[in-house]
Design a protein around this ligand. Structure first.
Ligand code: TRP
Length: 325
C-alpha cells in the first residue's frame, strides 16, 4: 500500500509562482509515489479574513490552478475542509491536548499577528488554527506533509498532538513528517517574499505580455545601473528566476552578468520568454476547466466523498480508544 500525503492550501484565489515552486510543483511530483489528499482549507481563511463573499470564486480559481499544474483528481482527491465535519470534531478533541502558552510560542502565528497588528488582541480561532491543521493532517493518517518553511511549526505541533493522543488513549495516529521543497521561498518582483498582499507576484495564469511587463519592473542588483556595469547575480531576483525557469542558460548568464557583458534589459527579456514558455501548458489546460466549471465541481464532489470515507473511519477509531459514544 502507498503511503499517504496530506497537502493543503487556503483558497485565496489564483496562485502565483511562489505557491507553485513552494508547494504545488512538489505535490504534482509526489502524486505517483504516494496517495495524495488535497485539502481546500476554507475554514482556515476565516482566521485572518471574515469576508466570505469571494470564497467560492477563490476556491474555483485555486482548484483550476491545481488541475492546470498537473494534479490528477483520479489519483488525488481534492476536497473542501468545511464539507467534512470530522475536521471540526477532531479539532475539538485536540484542543484539549495542547496548552495556550504552547500555541502562543508558534513563530508563524506570531509573525502573522505582528503583520496584522493584533498581537494583543488575537481571536481565539487564529491562535488555534494550527490545532485545526493538526486535525486536517492526522484525520487522514498522512505520513508526509509537503509544506513551505512557514508551515513547519504547525507540523511540529501536529507531531506533538499525535504522540500525546496516542499515549493518552491508544495508537490511532501516525506521526507525520514535514517535507520542504528546495525553492520553498521564491522572491517576489521586489525581492521580498512573493505574496499577494505585497503586490509582487507573477500568477500561473498570467499571459505572456503580462509576464513580460512584470519582469521588466523586477528589482535587480541596485549597483548595476548602466548596461555594462558588472552585476552580482547572487543578490538578483531575476537571476533566481533564471535558476528556476531557465536552468540551462544559468552558467552563461552568471558569467556575462558578472563581466558586464549582459545588461538587465536583455536578461529580463530572455527570462520573460522562457517563463512564458514554461507556463504555456498551464494556460492551455486551464482553458478547458474555465469553460467547464461543472467539471471542477464534480471533481470536488467526488473528492469530498473519498475524503469523508477516510475521515469517518478515523473518527470511529478515535471514539473506540477513547471509549466514548
Ligand atoms: N495553514 C496552511 C496555510 O496557511 C493551510 C493548511 C490548512 C494546511 N491545513 C493544512 C497545509 C494541512 C498543510 C496541511 O497555507
Amino acid at each position: 500500500m502507498k503511503k499517504r500525503i496530506l497537502s493543503g492550501m487556503r483558497p485565496t484565489g489564483k496562485l502565483h509562482l511562489g505557491n507553485y515552486v513552494g508547494a504545488l510543483e512538489n505535490w504534482v511530483k509526489l502524486q505517483d509515489d504516494y496517495e495524495n489528499f488535497h485539502l481546500i482549507a476554507d475554514w482556515h481563511v476565516l482566521t485572518t479574513n471574515l469576508d466570505t463573499s469571494q470564497l467560492a470564486q477563490n476556491t474555483m480559481d485555486m482548484v483550476i490552478d491545481w488541475l492546470a499544474a498537473g494534479i490528477d483528481p483520479e489519483k488525488s482527491p481534492i476536497f473542501i475542509q468545511s464539507k467534512i465535519k470530522e475536521h471540526a470534531e477532531l479539532f475539538l478533541i485536540f484542543s484539549m491536548l495542547v496548552t495556550v502558552p504552547r500555541l502562543e510560542r508558534n513563530p508563524t502565528v506570531k509573525e502573522q499577528a505582528r503583520d496584522l497588528g493584533v498581537e494583543a488582541n488575537m481571536i481565539f480561532g487564529h491562535l488555534g488554527y494550527p490545532v485545526l491543521q493538526a486535525a486536517d493532517i492526522l484525520l487522514y493518517k498522512a505520513h508526509l506533509v509537503p509544506v513551505g518553511e512557514d508551515q513547519l511549526p504547525h507540523v511540529e505541533l501536529t507531531r506533538e498532538i499525535a504522540r500525546r493522543f496516542n499515549k493518552t488513549y491508544g495508537d490511532v495516529f501516525i506521526v507525520p513528517t514535514g517535507k520542504l521543497t528546495e525553492f520553498s521561498r521564491l522572491p517576489g518582483l521586489d525581492g521580498n517574499k512573493m505574496s499577494k498582499s505585497l503586490g509582487n507576484t507573477i500568477l500561473l495564469s498570467d499571459k505572456p505580455d503580462m509576464i513580460a511587463q512584470k519582469i521588466m519592473k523586477a528589482v535587480t542588483d541596485p549597483q548595476k545601473i548602466r548596461k555594462n556595469d558588472p552585476g552580482r547575480p547572487e543578490i538578483c531576483n531575476v537571476f533566481t528566476y533564471h535558476k528556476k525557469f531557465n536552468q540551462s542558460e544559468v552558467p552563461q548568464i552568471e558569467r556575462d552578468c558578472k563581466s558586464g557583458e549582459l545588461g538587465c534589459v536583455a536578461c529580463k527579456q530572455n527570462l520573460a520568454k522562457k517563463m512564458a514558455a514554461y507556463l504555456e501548458p498551464f494556460r492551455e489546460k486551464r482553458k478547458d476547466y474555465e469553460s467547464h466549471p461543472e467539471l471542477v465541481r464534480d471533481i470536488i464532489d467526488d473528492g469530498n466523498k473519498r475524503a469523508r470515507a477516510v475521515a469517518e473511519q478515523t473518527m470511529t477509531e478515535v471514539y473506540e480508544v477513547m471509549k466514548m459514544g
